[in-house]
Structure formats: structure tokens, C-alpha cells
Design a protein around this ligand. Structure first.
Ligand code: ADP
Length: 473
């Protein structure tokens, strides 16, 4: 188990970010150090070269003006003054044989470079050479120049001070780098942990939710960064899931309740008939009422299925072209007797030549549901007005207005929920599925249903559907 934990922590994003951070820091520091080291080395070398050149030039001038002996004397004095371990010189014939030099006891390992002499004889102005003496750490820079005709000057200088400086620089760099790498890894770890802490919060919340606390939310820091966006999106998703679960629970409660009542009634009727050992007529009545209840049950179940299938898009409405005017007129004609029986005036104002594409059966059912509700929730002496017209170039609008009970503001937000029945409608028969089915149908056809309602004054449902272009024939 502990090995699993170790493996997990080895694979964390924070650790990987830290390693990347420390790695990039180390590599770039080494590159910077290397470039700086090269620069310092070349500056030091240039300065030594310049020194050697100046010295050589002076001896050349001395040899030509005061003679070779004078140049030799000055060179001996000067190298002695500078320190026999610091500088040296040799004077050679063109064949490489030395005829004069400073005290060479310290420099005895320094030979004469035949190649350098050849280059000078062939006309090169001067030749530089670097030597590393094995028993000493210092580097030696050597210059060959023509001191006079057939006379060559070999002059050298230890780059001792600079070597020591570079050595110290190297040592300081290694110590500082060691410290900085540890510091960089620490800072990297801190930054990476901070960066992924939001992701960890999301993971923690997800874990708590899967353990059963659906009410938990990820804390949002309000910094507006990516982690905040993730937290906000995650919380929104949780809100939606929670609402969905609540809806599903309510719906299953409602389904259970709505199915329970007719089944209880069927069972009650059967029990009464059996226990009273009734006549064949009683049995016939029981069978008839059972069929009626079953039909109602089937109707509820079918409507629920239809809503689910329409909402989920399983039942894509076929795109059959239909004359909306005809369809609405048929519905008005169908409900006219019911309206006049109840003492309600039903008017239909229909604009002709309004075509829609979709499922005729479904649209008919949607229109019927709206008119049926309008008549159901309007009392005698009231009116129901149905209007159909084309708005703009494409939209088709259908309004069903009534002067009925209206819908209370508390009921309004839930009026399209499945099985939801308003407080004012308890006295009327119904399942609470009509409006959800109507809206599911409108949406499946690319439209929607909205409503405005004033309690005790009436309600207007407005259906918007995408119409078909007007045919110009
Ligand atoms: P049902 O009519 O079977 O109760 P619906 O889904 O058709 O179910 O309607 C849901 C609820 O909306 C109704 O219970 C009622 O409270 C309210 N409602 C619908 N249409 C109207 C209307 N025209 N006037 C007043 N209330 C309405």
C-alpha cells in the first residue's frame, strides 16, 4: 500500500512540474556560467596577450635602436624585476638554438616550438601558444616574434592570477549552484503545489460527492484564473446534476403516486365485487371500470414515454409539410362544442398560408392540449381566443389566451414540469403532463412555448415555431 502511495506521489503533476522547473533552472544556470566563464577566460587571455605584445614591441625597438645587447640586458633586468616565476624570455637564432634567456630554472619544461619558428620564418608577424605545465596548475601564454633579422624572441607569462580567479569563481559557482538548485526545487514545489491546489480541491470535492454528499461545492477564489474557471464549471455541472436528481426524485414520487391511485381503485373495486358475491352485472361493471382505469393508466404511461422520447430526441419528428391553419381550425372545431357547453366563447383568428414542417400528430396534440387547458381553467361566461399568424419572414406564432383562473406567480416557474399541477387546478381532472408534453413537442420542432398569466384575469400561451418559406407560385 505504501509503495502504491509512493508511486502516486512520484507521478503527481506537482512533482513533475518541480523537476521541470529545477531542471530548466539548472541547465540555464550552467549555460550562463559556461558563457560567463568563456568570456572571463578570453578577456584574461587577451589582457595577457596584450602585455606580451607590448613587452615584445619594446624589445624590438630597443634591439633596433640600441642594439641586441642592450635589448638582452633590459629583458633580463625586467624579467627579474617582474619575478622569475612570472615571466621569462629566450632569444633564439632562426634555426631554433637559444643564445640568451632569463633565469629558466622554473621554466625548464618549456621547450621551443618548431612550428612557431617555421611560421615566423615564413613571414608570420607573431605566433601565440598556450601551455599547461603538468606539475603546475597555471597556464602559460607564450609569444614568438622576430626581434631582428634571424633573431627570434620567445617570451612567456604565467596566467597565474587569472587561473586562481577562475578557480575561485568555479568553486563559488558550484557551492552557489548547489544552494540555488535546492532553493529552486523548493520554490518550484511550492509554486506547483499552489497551481495544482485548485485541481486537488476539485478532486477532493468529486471524491466527497461520490461518497454521497452531493451538496458540496468547490471553493472559488475569484481570481478568474483557469482553476477558478474549472471550479465554476464544475460547480455549475453539480448544480445541474443536483437539480436533475431532485427532478427525477420528484417525478418518480409523482409517478408512484399517480399510478398508485388507479391501481388501488381497481383493486378496491375487484375486492368489493368479490366479497359481496355480486351478480354477473356487478362483474360486468367491475370489468368496465377496470378497463377504463387501465386506459387512463396506459394514457399516462404513453404520455410519459412520449415526453421522454421527444425530449431525448429519440423520436425525431418527421419533416412532413402541413398547413398549420388547417390544423388549428380543426382543433378549434373539435373544442367548440365543449366550450359552448361550458358557456365559453371560443374564437379562432387564423392567417392562411402558414406552413410548418414536422409531425402532424404531435403538433395537433400540442394545440389540443393548450385549447383543452384554456377551456378547463376558464369558467362559464369567459372566453378563449386562438390566434395563428406569421411573424417576420419565418416565425409562426400561435397564441391561446383565456380569461380563466390564471396561474399564481409561485406556480409559474414549475408549470412545465412533469406531473406538476397548480394549486388552482386541484378541482379539475388532469395528470399534470399536458404542458410538459406541449413544450417537448414545440422544442422538438425547433420552437418553444412561453406564457404570461395574471391570476383571476387569464393566461396566454405563445407557441413559436419555425415556419416554412412562403411559396410564390
Ligand atoms: P393538467 O392540466 O393535467 O393539470 P398540464 O400540464 O396541462 O396539466 O398543466 C399543468 C398545470 O398548469 C395545471 O395543473 C394548471 O395549474 C396550470 N395551467 C395550465 N394551463 C392553464 C391555463 N390555461 N390557465 C390556468 N392554469 C393553467
Amino acid at each position: 500500500m505504501s509503495s502504491g502511495k509512493t508511486r502516486r506521489s512520484r507521478n503527481t503533476l506537482a512533482l513533475r512540474l518541480t523537476l521541470w522547473y529545477a531542471g530548466i533552472f539548472t541547465v540555464s544556470s550552467f549555460v550562463a556560467f559556461f558563457l560567463f566563464y568563456m568570456l572571463v577566460t578570453s578577456v584574461v587571455r587577451d589582457r595577457t596577450d596584450q602585455d606580451l605584445m607590448n613587452q615584445a614591441r619594446r624589445y624590438i625597438v630597443l634591439a633596433s635602436t640600441e642594439g641586441l645587447e642592450e635589448a638582452k640586458r633590459v629583458a633580463v633586468v625586467e624579467t627579474h624585476a617582474a619575478g622569475v616565476r612570472k615571466v621569462f624570455f629566450r632569444m633564439l637564432y632562426a634555426d631554433g638554438v637559444a643564445f640568451s634567456s632569463s633565469n629558466m630554472s622554473y621554466w625548464k619544461d618549456i621547450g621551443i616550438h618548431v612550428n612557431a619558428i617555421r611560421q615566423l620564418v615564413e613571414g608570420t608577424d607573431h605566433v601565440f601558444e598556450t601551455m599547461n605545465l603538468s606539475e603546475r596548475r597555471d597556464e602559460v601564454r607564450i609569444l614568438y616574434v622576430m626581434l631582428g633579422p634571424n633573431i627570434i624572441l620567445q617570451i612567456g607569462e604565467a596566467v597565474e592570477g587569472s587561473s586562481r580567479f577562475l578557480e575561485a569563481f568555479r568553486r563559488i559557482f558550484i557551492v552557489t549552484m548547489g544552494f540555488l538548485i535546492v532553493l529552486a526545487a523548493g520554490i518550484g514545489w511550492f509554486m506547483a503545489k499552489r497551481a495544482v491546489s485548485g485541481v486537488e480541491a476539485v478532486t477532493r470535492t468529486a471524491r466527497e460527492i461520490s461518497a454521497g454528499t452531493l451538496g458540496r461545492r468547490v471553493p472559488v477564489n475569484m481570481r478568474g484564473d483557469e482553476i477558478d474557471q474549472l471550479a465554476i464549471t464544475f460547480n455549475e455541472m453539480l448544480d445541474r446534476i443536483e437539480a436533475l436528481i431532485r427532478e427525477m426524485k420528484e417525478m418518480s414520487d409523482n409517478i408512484a403516486h399517480d399510478l398508485k391511485s388507479p391501481i388501488t381503485r381497481i383493486r378496491g373495486a375487484a375486492e368489493v365485487t368479490l366479497s359481496t358475491s355480486g351478480s354477473p352485472e356487478d362483474f360486468e361493471n367491475m370489468a368496465a371500470s377496470t378497463i377504463e382505469e387501465c386506459d387512463r393508466l396506459l394514457d399516462t404511461i404513453n404520455t410519459m414515454l412520449m415526453i421522454s422520447r421527444t425530449e431525448s430526441g429519440v423520436d425525431r419528428p418527421p419533416q412532413e409539410k402541413m398547413k398549420a391553419a388547417e390544423l388549428v381550425r380543426e382543433a378549434c372545431d373539435l373544442y367548440e362544442p365543449a366550450a359552448s357547453d361550458k358557456g365559453i366563447v371560443l374564437t379562432c383568428e387564423i392567417e392562411e398560408a402558414v406552413d410548418v414542417a414536422g409531425d402532424k400528430r404531435m403538433i395537433r396534440r400540442m394545440v389540443a392540449n393548450l385549447i383543452d387547458n384554456a377551456i378547463k381553467y376558464t369558467s362559464s361566461g369567459g372566453r378563449v381566443d386562438v390566434r395563428l399568424w406569421r411573424e417576420g419572414s419565418n416565425d409562426i406564432l400561435l397564441t391561446v389566451s383565456d380569461s380563466g383562473t390564471g396561474i399564481s406567480p409561485e406556480d409559474l416557474p414549475r408549470i412545465f414540469d412533469r406531473f406538476y399541477r397548480g394549486d388552482r387546478s386541484r378541482s379539475e381532472a388532469g395528470l399534470g403532463l399536458g404542458l410538459s408534453l406541449a413544450r417537448a413537442i414545440a422544442r422538438a420542432h425547433g420552437g418553444d412555448i412561453t406564457l404570461t398569466s395574471i391570476p383571476d384575469r387569464g393566461t396566454t400561451f405563445t407557441v413559436t415555431l419555425p415556419g416554412m418559406p412562403i411559396e410564390t407560385a
